[in-house]
Design a binder for this molecule. Sequence first.
Ligand code: AMP
Ligand code: TRP
Length: 333
Amino acid sequence: MSDKKKVFSGIQPTGDIHIGNYLGALRNWVKLQDTYDAIYCVVDLHAITVPYDPVALRRSRLNTAKLLLAVGVDPSRSLLYFQSQVPQHAELSWMLSTITSLGALNRMTQFKEKADKAGKNLGLFAYPVLMAADILVHKAHAVPVGDDQTQHLELARDLAERFNSRFGDEFPVPEQITPEIGARVMSLKNPTSKMSKSDEDVNTRVLLLDEPDIIRKRFKAAVTDSESEVRYDQEKKPGVSNLLDILSLFTTRSIEDLVAEYHETPYGHFKMTVAEAVVEGLSPVRSAFKAFDDEEVTRIMVKGALDARTRAEGEMASVRKKLGFDARLGDGA
Ligand code: AMP
Ligand code: TRP
Protein backbone atom coordinates (compact mmCIF):
# COMPACT_ATOMS: atom_id res chain seq x y z
CA MET A 1 0.00 0.00 0.00
CA SER A 2 2.52 2.57 1.15
CA ASP A 3 4.75 2.82 -1.94
CA LYS A 4 1.80 3.01 -4.34
CA LYS A 5 0.59 6.40 -5.51
CA LYS A 6 -2.73 7.51 -4.09
CA VAL A 7 -5.96 8.27 -5.94
CA PHE A 8 -8.88 10.00 -4.31
CA SER A 9 -12.35 10.68 -5.64
CA GLY A 10 -15.79 11.54 -4.33
CA ILE A 11 -19.40 11.34 -5.40
CA GLN A 12 -22.38 13.19 -4.01
CA PRO A 13 -25.19 11.13 -2.51
CA THR A 14 -27.85 13.37 -4.00
CA GLY A 15 -30.06 12.12 -6.81
CA ASP A 16 -29.57 8.86 -8.61
CA ILE A 17 -26.37 7.69 -10.19
CA HIS A 18 -26.53 7.56 -13.98
CA ILE A 19 -24.46 6.11 -16.79
CA GLY A 20 -22.61 9.46 -17.13
CA ASN A 21 -21.29 9.10 -13.57
CA TYR A 22 -20.45 5.49 -14.32
CA LEU A 23 -18.66 5.99 -17.64
CA GLY A 24 -17.00 9.29 -16.71
CA ALA A 25 -15.80 8.40 -13.24
CA LEU A 26 -16.84 5.19 -11.50
CA ARG A 27 -15.43 2.77 -14.06
CA ASN A 28 -12.07 4.43 -13.57
CA TRP A 29 -12.42 4.19 -9.79
CA VAL A 30 -12.79 0.44 -10.16
CA LYS A 31 -9.94 0.12 -12.63
CA LEU A 32 -7.50 2.21 -10.59
CA GLN A 33 -7.89 -0.02 -7.52
CA ASP A 34 -5.38 -2.41 -9.08
CA THR A 35 -2.53 0.03 -9.47
CA TYR A 36 -3.10 2.74 -6.86
CA ASP A 37 -3.72 3.07 -3.17
CA ALA A 38 -7.37 4.01 -3.81
CA ILE A 39 -9.49 6.17 -1.51
CA TYR A 40 -13.14 6.84 -2.36
CA CYS A 41 -15.67 8.90 -0.50
CA VAL A 42 -19.41 9.56 -0.49
CA VAL A 43 -19.28 13.34 -0.07
CA ASP A 44 -22.32 13.91 2.12
CA LEU A 45 -21.05 17.25 3.47
CA HIS A 46 -21.13 18.57 -0.10
CA ALA A 47 -24.73 17.36 -0.45
CA ILE A 48 -26.02 19.75 2.23
CA THR A 49 -24.93 22.86 0.32
CA VAL A 50 -28.30 22.86 -1.51
CA PRO A 51 -31.77 22.52 0.07
CA TYR A 52 -32.33 18.88 1.08
CA ASP A 53 -34.36 16.56 3.27
CA PRO A 54 -32.32 14.92 6.12
CA VAL A 55 -34.42 11.74 6.06
CA ALA A 56 -33.93 11.35 2.31
CA LEU A 57 -30.20 12.04 2.71
CA ARG A 58 -29.81 9.16 5.20
CA ARG A 59 -31.32 6.79 2.66
CA SER A 60 -29.51 8.11 -0.38
CA ARG A 61 -26.05 8.10 1.19
CA LEU A 62 -26.46 4.44 2.10
CA ASN A 63 -27.77 3.62 -1.39
CA THR A 64 -24.89 5.51 -2.97
CA ALA A 65 -22.42 3.48 -0.91
CA LYS A 66 -24.22 0.27 -1.90
CA LEU A 67 -24.09 1.23 -5.55
CA LEU A 68 -20.36 1.93 -5.36
CA LEU A 69 -19.88 -1.57 -3.94
CA ALA A 70 -22.16 -2.96 -6.66
CA VAL A 71 -20.14 -1.42 -9.52
CA GLY A 72 -17.01 -3.02 -8.11
CA VAL A 73 -15.40 -0.72 -5.54
CA ASP A 74 -13.83 -3.39 -3.37
CA PRO A 75 -13.35 -2.51 0.32
CA SER A 76 -10.54 -5.04 0.64
CA ARG A 77 -8.55 -3.04 -1.92
CA SER A 78 -9.93 0.49 -1.52
CA LEU A 79 -10.75 2.73 1.37
CA LEU A 80 -14.45 3.68 1.15
CA TYR A 81 -16.25 5.95 3.62
CA PHE A 82 -18.67 8.82 4.28
CA GLN A 83 -17.00 12.25 4.29
CA SER A 84 -19.03 13.49 7.31
CA GLN A 85 -17.55 10.71 9.46
CA VAL A 86 -13.98 11.94 9.03
CA PRO A 87 -13.72 15.41 10.61
CA GLN A 88 -10.26 16.14 9.22
CA HIS A 89 -11.88 17.04 5.87
CA ALA A 90 -13.70 19.99 7.43
CA GLU A 91 -10.64 20.99 9.46
CA LEU A 92 -8.38 21.19 6.40
CA SER A 93 -11.12 22.91 4.43
CA TRP A 94 -11.11 25.76 6.94
CA MET A 95 -7.34 26.06 6.76
CA LEU A 96 -7.38 26.11 2.95
CA SER A 97 -10.17 28.70 2.93
CA THR A 98 -7.74 31.17 4.44
CA ILE A 99 -5.53 30.98 1.35
CA THR A 100 -8.38 30.92 -1.21
CA SER A 101 -9.17 34.11 -3.06
CA LEU A 102 -12.79 35.16 -3.44
CA GLY A 103 -12.06 35.89 -7.08
CA ALA A 104 -11.24 32.24 -7.76
CA LEU A 105 -14.49 31.08 -6.15
CA ASN A 106 -16.48 33.73 -8.01
CA ARG A 107 -15.29 32.25 -11.31
CA MET A 108 -16.64 28.76 -10.57
CA THR A 109 -19.30 27.94 -13.16
CA GLN A 110 -20.97 25.25 -11.04
CA PHE A 111 -21.49 27.74 -8.24
CA LYS A 112 -23.21 30.10 -10.63
CA GLU A 113 -25.45 27.35 -12.02
CA LYS A 114 -26.40 25.96 -8.63
CA ALA A 115 -26.80 29.35 -6.94
CA ASP A 116 -29.27 30.37 -9.65
CA LYS A 117 -31.44 27.38 -8.76
CA ALA A 118 -30.82 26.80 -5.06
CA GLY A 119 -29.90 30.23 -3.71
CA LYS A 120 -26.55 31.34 -2.38
CA ASN A 121 -25.03 30.23 0.90
CA LEU A 122 -21.47 30.27 2.17
CA GLY A 123 -21.15 26.47 2.03
CA LEU A 124 -22.12 26.36 -1.64
CA PHE A 125 -19.62 29.13 -2.37
CA ALA A 126 -16.89 27.26 -0.46
CA TYR A 127 -17.80 23.88 -2.02
CA PRO A 128 -14.62 23.74 -4.15
CA VAL A 129 -12.44 24.41 -1.08
CA LEU A 130 -13.94 21.41 0.72
CA MET A 131 -13.35 19.39 -2.44
CA ALA A 132 -9.70 20.46 -2.43
CA ALA A 133 -9.47 19.45 1.24
CA ASP A 134 -10.93 16.00 0.42
CA ILE A 135 -8.10 15.39 -2.01
CA LEU A 136 -5.29 17.05 -0.08
CA VAL A 137 -6.15 15.57 3.33
CA HIS A 138 -4.96 12.25 1.88
CA LYS A 139 -2.08 13.81 -0.09
CA ALA A 140 -3.57 12.18 -3.19
CA HIS A 141 -1.60 12.20 -6.45
CA ALA A 142 -4.48 11.69 -8.86
CA VAL A 143 -8.23 12.24 -9.04
CA PRO A 144 -10.53 10.28 -11.39
CA VAL A 145 -13.47 12.53 -12.36
CA GLY A 146 -15.55 13.50 -15.38
CA ASP A 147 -14.61 16.67 -17.24
CA ASP A 148 -17.21 18.83 -15.44
CA GLN A 149 -14.84 18.79 -12.45
CA THR A 150 -11.82 20.28 -14.25
CA GLN A 151 -12.31 23.78 -12.89
CA HIS A 152 -12.70 22.49 -9.32
CA LEU A 153 -9.60 20.37 -9.68
CA GLU A 154 -7.62 23.35 -10.93
CA LEU A 155 -8.43 25.13 -7.68
CA ALA A 156 -7.23 22.09 -5.70
CA ARG A 157 -3.96 22.19 -7.64
CA ASP A 158 -3.59 25.93 -7.06
CA LEU A 159 -4.24 25.55 -3.34
CA ALA A 160 -1.69 22.73 -3.06
CA GLU A 161 0.90 24.92 -4.78
CA ARG A 162 0.03 27.99 -2.77
CA PHE A 163 0.20 26.11 0.54
CA ASN A 164 3.54 24.53 -0.42
CA SER A 165 5.09 27.82 -1.39
CA ARG A 166 3.82 29.69 1.65
CA PHE A 167 4.33 27.09 4.39
CA GLY A 168 6.76 24.55 2.90
CA ASP A 169 6.37 21.39 0.85
CA GLU A 170 3.39 19.41 2.01
CA PHE A 171 1.00 18.37 -0.75
CA PRO A 172 1.53 16.61 -4.07
CA VAL A 173 -0.15 18.61 -6.86
CA PRO A 174 -2.96 16.24 -7.89
CA GLU A 175 -3.43 15.17 -11.53
CA GLN A 176 -6.84 14.73 -13.09
CA ILE A 177 -7.66 11.32 -14.58
CA THR A 178 -10.43 11.56 -17.17
CA PRO A 179 -11.34 8.86 -19.69
CA GLU A 180 -10.76 9.57 -23.39
CA ILE A 181 -14.33 8.62 -24.24
CA GLY A 182 -17.08 9.08 -21.65
CA ALA A 183 -15.64 12.11 -19.86
CA ARG A 184 -18.84 13.94 -20.74
CA VAL A 185 -21.82 11.74 -21.47
CA MET A 186 -24.57 13.89 -22.92
CA SER A 187 -28.28 14.17 -22.15
CA LEU A 188 -30.40 11.81 -24.25
CA LYS A 189 -32.96 14.55 -24.92
CA ASN A 190 -30.65 17.49 -25.36
CA PRO A 191 -27.31 16.11 -26.55
CA THR A 192 -25.52 19.43 -26.36
CA SER A 193 -25.79 19.46 -22.53
CA LYS A 194 -24.30 16.88 -20.19
CA MET A 195 -26.37 14.12 -18.66
CA SER A 196 -27.14 15.37 -15.17
CA LYS A 197 -28.61 14.09 -11.90
CA SER A 198 -30.48 17.31 -11.42
CA ASP A 199 -32.24 17.60 -14.80
CA GLU A 200 -35.99 17.77 -14.16
CA ASP A 201 -36.72 15.51 -17.14
CA VAL A 202 -35.97 11.86 -16.23
CA ASN A 203 -35.95 10.96 -19.94
CA THR A 204 -32.57 12.69 -20.26
CA ARG A 205 -30.69 10.00 -18.33
CA VAL A 206 -30.34 6.27 -17.72
CA LEU A 207 -29.80 5.28 -14.11
CA LEU A 208 -27.59 2.38 -13.11
CA LEU A 209 -30.55 0.71 -11.41
CA ASP A 210 -33.16 1.34 -14.11
CA GLU A 211 -35.12 -1.76 -15.11
CA PRO A 212 -34.46 -3.07 -18.67
CA ASP A 213 -37.77 -1.78 -20.00
CA ILE A 214 -37.10 1.70 -18.72
CA ILE A 215 -33.65 1.65 -20.31
CA ARG A 216 -35.21 0.64 -23.65
CA LYS A 217 -37.79 3.39 -23.32
CA ARG A 218 -35.13 6.04 -22.63
CA PHE A 219 -33.07 5.09 -25.68
CA LYS A 220 -36.15 4.80 -27.90
CA ALA A 221 -36.94 8.43 -27.06
CA ALA A 222 -33.32 9.61 -27.47
CA VAL A 223 -32.90 12.62 -29.76
CA THR A 224 -30.88 12.00 -32.95
CA ASP A 225 -31.03 14.22 -36.08
CA SER A 226 -32.82 14.55 -39.39
CA GLU A 227 -30.28 12.54 -41.40
CA SER A 228 -30.31 8.77 -41.58
CA GLU A 229 -26.64 7.94 -41.29
CA VAL A 230 -24.85 6.55 -38.22
CA ARG A 231 -21.62 8.55 -38.26
CA TYR A 232 -19.41 10.20 -35.62
CA ASP A 233 -19.51 14.00 -35.66
CA GLN A 234 -19.91 15.60 -32.25
CA GLU A 235 -20.67 19.01 -33.68
CA LYS A 236 -23.15 18.16 -36.42
CA LYS A 237 -24.52 14.93 -34.96
CA PRO A 238 -24.25 15.23 -31.16
CA GLY A 239 -27.09 12.77 -30.45
CA VAL A 240 -25.80 9.97 -32.66
CA SER A 241 -22.20 10.60 -31.51
CA ASN A 242 -23.27 10.32 -27.88
CA LEU A 243 -25.01 7.03 -28.63
CA LEU A 244 -21.87 5.78 -30.37
CA ASP A 245 -19.79 6.75 -27.33
CA ILE A 246 -22.15 4.88 -25.02
CA LEU A 247 -22.20 1.81 -27.27
CA SER A 248 -18.42 1.86 -27.56
CA LEU A 249 -17.97 2.02 -23.79
CA PHE A 250 -20.44 -0.76 -23.07
CA THR A 251 -19.13 -3.09 -25.80
CA THR A 252 -15.42 -2.11 -25.63
CA ARG A 253 -15.48 -1.82 -29.43
CA SER A 254 -13.92 1.17 -31.20
CA ILE A 255 -16.06 3.92 -32.71
CA GLU A 256 -14.64 3.14 -36.19
CA ASP A 257 -15.61 -0.47 -35.87
CA LEU A 258 -19.15 0.44 -34.77
CA VAL A 259 -19.58 3.01 -37.53
CA ALA A 260 -18.46 0.43 -40.09
CA GLU A 261 -21.10 -1.99 -38.83
CA TYR A 262 -24.02 0.37 -38.18
CA HIS A 263 -23.42 3.04 -40.81
CA GLU A 264 -26.62 2.26 -42.71
CA THR A 265 -28.69 0.91 -39.84
CA PRO A 266 -31.95 2.86 -39.35
CA TYR A 267 -31.80 5.04 -36.23
CA GLY A 268 -34.65 3.18 -34.49
CA HIS A 269 -32.81 -0.10 -34.78
CA PHE A 270 -29.46 1.44 -33.84
CA LYS A 271 -30.97 2.94 -30.68
CA MET A 272 -32.28 -0.49 -29.67
CA THR A 273 -28.80 -1.96 -30.20
CA VAL A 274 -27.41 0.64 -27.80
CA ALA A 275 -30.23 -0.06 -25.32
CA GLU A 276 -29.53 -3.80 -25.31
CA ALA A 277 -25.79 -3.26 -24.76
CA VAL A 278 -26.57 -1.02 -21.79
CA VAL A 279 -29.16 -3.45 -20.37
CA GLU A 280 -26.61 -6.23 -20.57
CA GLY A 281 -23.75 -4.13 -19.16
CA LEU A 282 -25.79 -2.95 -16.18
CA SER A 283 -27.37 -6.28 -15.33
CA PRO A 284 -24.51 -7.42 -13.02
CA VAL A 285 -24.64 -4.04 -11.23
CA ARG A 286 -28.39 -4.42 -10.60
CA SER A 287 -28.01 -7.92 -9.19
CA ALA A 288 -25.00 -7.02 -7.05
CA PHE A 289 -26.93 -4.06 -5.62
CA LYS A 290 -29.84 -6.28 -4.62
CA ALA A 291 -27.50 -8.77 -2.96
CA PHE A 292 -26.05 -6.27 -0.44
CA ASP A 293 -28.03 -5.66 2.71
CA ASP A 294 -28.07 -2.34 4.53
CA GLU A 295 -26.37 -3.61 7.67
CA GLU A 296 -23.48 -5.07 5.76
CA VAL A 297 -22.98 -1.78 3.91
CA THR A 298 -23.13 0.17 7.18
CA ARG A 299 -20.47 -2.11 8.66
CA ILE A 300 -18.20 -1.58 5.67
CA MET A 301 -18.66 2.20 5.88
CA VAL A 302 -17.93 2.36 9.62
CA LYS A 303 -14.73 0.40 9.16
CA GLY A 304 -13.82 2.67 6.25
CA ALA A 305 -14.41 5.80 8.35
CA LEU A 306 -12.25 4.50 11.22
CA ASP A 307 -9.39 3.70 8.85
CA ALA A 308 -9.80 7.00 7.03
CA ARG A 309 -9.72 8.93 10.33
CA THR A 310 -6.48 7.24 11.32
CA ARG A 311 -4.91 7.97 7.98
CA ALA A 312 -6.16 11.56 7.76
CA GLU A 313 -5.07 12.26 11.35
CA GLY A 314 -1.58 11.00 10.44
CA GLU A 315 -1.47 13.29 7.39
CA MET A 316 -2.74 16.33 9.30
CA ALA A 317 0.08 16.33 11.88
CA SER A 318 2.60 18.01 9.58
CA VAL A 319 -0.04 20.35 8.14
CA ARG A 320 -0.97 21.63 11.61
CA LYS A 321 2.67 22.02 12.55
CA LYS A 322 3.42 24.10 9.45
CA LEU A 323 0.55 26.44 10.32
CA GLY A 324 1.82 27.00 13.87
CA PHE A 325 -0.53 24.60 15.68
CA ASP A 326 0.15 21.41 17.64
CA ALA A 327 0.84 18.47 15.35
CA ARG A 328 -1.03 16.34 17.88
CA LEU A 329 -2.79 17.41 21.04
CA GLY A 330 -0.28 18.80 23.54
CA ASP A 331 2.76 18.61 21.21
CA GLY A 332 3.61 22.25 21.10
CA ALA A 333 2.02 23.66 24.25
P1 AMP B 1 -21.67 14.05 -9.11
O1 AMP B 1 -22.89 13.35 -9.52
O2 AMP B 1 -21.73 15.50 -9.47
O3 AMP B 1 -21.26 13.79 -7.69
O4 AMP B 1 -20.53 13.45 -10.03
C1 AMP B 1 -19.86 12.24 -9.76
C2 AMP B 1 -18.83 11.99 -10.84
O5 AMP B 1 -19.46 11.74 -12.11
C3 AMP B 1 -17.87 13.16 -11.07
O6 AMP B 1 -16.57 12.66 -11.28
C4 AMP B 1 -18.40 13.80 -12.34
O7 AMP B 1 -17.38 14.45 -13.07
C5 AMP B 1 -18.91 12.60 -13.11
N1 AMP B 1 -19.99 12.97 -14.05
C6 AMP B 1 -21.16 13.59 -13.73
N2 AMP B 1 -21.93 13.76 -14.83
C7 AMP B 1 -21.21 13.23 -15.87
C8 AMP B 1 -21.47 13.10 -17.29
N3 AMP B 1 -22.61 13.51 -17.85
N4 AMP B 1 -20.52 12.50 -18.05
C9 AMP B 1 -19.37 12.05 -17.49
N5 AMP B 1 -19.07 12.15 -16.17
C10 AMP B 1 -19.98 12.72 -15.37
N1 TRP C 1 -17.57 17.89 -6.76
C1 TRP C 1 -17.59 16.51 -7.16
C2 TRP C 1 -18.82 16.27 -8.07
O1 TRP C 1 -19.80 16.96 -7.98
C3 TRP C 1 -17.66 15.57 -5.98
C4 TRP C 1 -16.43 15.66 -5.15
C5 TRP C 1 -16.33 16.18 -3.89
C6 TRP C 1 -15.13 15.20 -5.51
N2 TRP C 1 -15.06 16.05 -3.43
C7 TRP C 1 -14.28 15.48 -4.38
C8 TRP C 1 -14.59 14.61 -6.64
C9 TRP C 1 -12.93 15.18 -4.40
C10 TRP C 1 -13.21 14.31 -6.66
C11 TRP C 1 -12.40 14.60 -5.54
O2 TRP C 1 -18.79 15.37 -8.83
